[in-house]
Ligand binder design. Structure first.
Ligand code: ZN
Length: 172
């Protein structure tokens, strides 16, 4: 297992569309293990393969609360089949460090994906897990949560993020 480096916005690779996984093989399983380790170390509740520089449709999620046991989900070629309702929860992203904003999402979704054995899984997700699925699947299409902001909020984000990046430069 190994920690992978997380790419940060505005890295261009984060804007590319990831390719479906054709074989669930040992290489994919190793990538999934590394991604889970990287997510827990960050720490975060979700991570998509393009965030570690791999353009494959693979995400890992763990939305368990701190007082709960880990509930790692590895989803290969994930798709949202249906969604209902609307919530606006504050989101952050390991690729957009230091910035948080409310984004409109579906609080209930039905998702389909392959697990690490290559078996097809369908499940209903609610609340934070539903939001995390939408956020991570967006990454596979080159979409970041800040893309869902209004144009006014987007320009505020760009100003604020520029400052965050400058501060990081100073720390280096
Ligand atoms: Zn993200």
């Amino acid at each position: 297992m190994a920690l992978r480096r997380i790419l940060h916005y505005p890295e261009p690779l984060l804007r590319q569309v990831s390719q479906p996984v054709t074989d669930v093989d040992d290489e994919i399983r190793e990538l999934a293990r590394d991604m889970a380790e990287t997510m827990y170390a960050a720490p975060g509740v979700g991570l998509a393969a393009p965030q570690v520089g791999v353009l494959k449709r693979l995400i890992v999620l763990d939305c368990a609360r701190q007082d709960e046991e880990a509930q790692l989900i590895t989803a290969i070629n994930p798709e949202i089949l249906a969604g209902e309702g609307e919530i606006n929860e504050e989101e952050g992203c390991l690729s957009v460090p230091g910035y948080y904003a409310r984004v409109a999402r579906r609080p209930q979704v039905r998702v389909r994906f392959l697990n690490l054995e290559g078996q097809r899984v369908e499940m209903d997700a609610e609340g934070l897990l539903a939001v995390a699925f939408q956020h991570e699947i967006d990454h596979l299409d080159g979409v970041l949560f800040v893309d869902h902001l209004s144009s006014l909020k987007k320009s505020l984000f760009k100003k604020k993020y520029k400052k965050i990046l400058e501060q990081k430069q100073e720390e280096l």
